[in-house]
Design a protein around this ligand. Structure first.
Ligand code: CTP
Length: 402
């Protein structure tokens, strides 16, 4: 099994007593393990025991000069291939859902770009409380994975859901989350976000794409071991771990960046919402009302090149090219026609008229359409999950064409 870097973040619950066993499972599986604990956690499990098992210092304080000099907390967040929050208490989940960062564990959870697996443990009523349900829902939407809690006798005396999963179960889930590394030695290019086409020096034409879907696809490719390049339109999203990001603004810049990356790529996923038109003569300075009198400017538009169609028209040489289709009506039929027109190997169609997914949402409901017209409709899923399903399919297509 490949050696990976697992950061175990321990929050304060009685189930923390199971963490030494979890660390032993991970070390036995050949992984390098580091551990951070909250102050509360150190009442339930000895940091000394954790330290002895993982073979490196266990950190608990955010502002400790000696600890920071060993490895600073951001470096720790960057170091991890995966972060496991075990046990995940109601309080830690709430703080993470709200972006609080007031101790080492919460800061690390917020700073990391690695996948996060949470193993909740709490009283059954706390688990069922609407506040916890809401926090878990928000975290799932952001791509956090959960294992458990399981049902049984709880330390507080209640029976029900709330027991942290057993260490072996969590360790097995970690292997699943770390993924099969099935894309090692594959180079992929993913585009994301909308492009921005200047009208003048301060105004631009753009669209409502947030880039979240494309970023999730790039994150998943990197997680599976692909050398991943993300060509991104303007976006405030943070770059996923192990992804090389090329920032672009306009469709022409995106085309240039994609064409430059393509010769060595085996997969292209065009998730970007590329503007089809751009102002033909953007003004180099701001258009002022006082220069226009009472009239409004007339902005002439010209067509942008179709990057996807251009790539598809080139010899494929075994490469897989995936397009997206943002449709607001007759989704499947329009997507089938679009796929035929563009000539890609797979088209991911999404209905942007839905209010429960699509633009700027953390979820998406998509249909995978294949050149024969064959279609697979997925339910509304977190974008991270859609990305995982997409790579499963791409891997299958690559396998069958190999
Ligand atoms: N695309 C592209 N270059 C463009 C426009 C779109 O590469 N100039 C790609 C998108 O990244 C996406 C696919 O083509 O993968 C479909 O984009 P979409 O906007 O749904 O379709 P269009 O081709 O723009 O057609 P229309 O807007 O008329 O539906």
């Amino acid at each position: 099994m490949e050696r990976r870097r697992v950061l175990v973040a321990v929050s304060g619950g009685i189930a923390a007593y199971k963490v030494p066993e979890l660390i032993r499972c991970l070390v036995r599986a050949g992984h390098t393990v580091r551990c951070v604990v909250t102050d509360a956690a150190s009442h339930f499990v000895s940091p000394l025991v954790l330290q002895a098992l993982c073979g490196s210092p266990v950190r608990s304080q955010l502002f400790d000069a000696s600890e920071e000099s060993e490895i600073d907390h951001v470096a720790l967040a960057d170091w991890a291939d995966i972060v496991v929050l075990a046990p995940a208490t109601a309080n830690t989940l709430a703080r993470l859902a709200n972006g609080l960062a007031d101790d080492l564990v919460s800061t690390t959870l917020l700073a990391t770009r690695a996948p996060l697996l949470a193993a909740p443990a709490m009283n059954v009523n706390m688990w069922r409380h609407p506040a916890t349900r809401e926090n878990v829902g928000r975290l799932r939407d952001r791509g956090v994975r959960f294992i458990g809690p399981e049902s049984g006798a709880l330390a507080c005396g209640w029976e029900g859901e709330g027991r942290m999963s057993e260490p072996e179960t969590i360790a097995a889930e970690i292997e699943l989350c770390l993924g099969p590394r099935s894309l090692t030695s594959t180079r992929v290019v993913v585009t994301a976000g909308g492009t921005r086409e200047p009208i003048d020096s301060v105004r631009a034409l753009t669209n409502r794409s947030s880039g979240k879907m494309g970023f999730a696809i790039a994150a998943e490719a990197a997680r599976r071991g692909a050398e991943t390049v993300l060509v991104a339109g303007p976006s405030a999203l943070s770059t996923p771990q192990s992804v090389r990001r090329v920032d672009v603004e306009t469709a022409l810049e995106m085309r240039e960046a994609v064409l430059a990356e393509m010769p060595t790529a085996s997969v292209l996923v065009m998730a970007a919402a590329v503007a089809d038109f751009r102002p033909s003569k953007p003004a180099t300075t701001k258009i002022r009302k006082e220069d226009l009198g009472d009239s409004a400017p007339v902005i002439e538009l010209v067509r942008n090149p179709d990057i996807l169609a251009e790539i598809c028209a080139q010899p494929r040489d075994g490469r897989i090219v995936v397009g997206f289709a943002a449709e607001d009506r007759d989704v499947l039929e329009t997507a089938r026609r679009k796929l035929a027109r563009k000539g890609c190997d797979l088209l991911v169609a999404n209905d942007v008229s839905r209010t429960d997914g699509g633009f700027d949402s953390d979820r998406n409901a998509v249909i995978f359409v294949r050149p024969g017209g064959e279609a697979e409709e997925l339910p509304l899923l977190a974008k991270a999950e859609v990305a995982a399903r997409l790579w499963d399919l791409i891997e299958k297509l690559r396998g069958s064409s190999a």
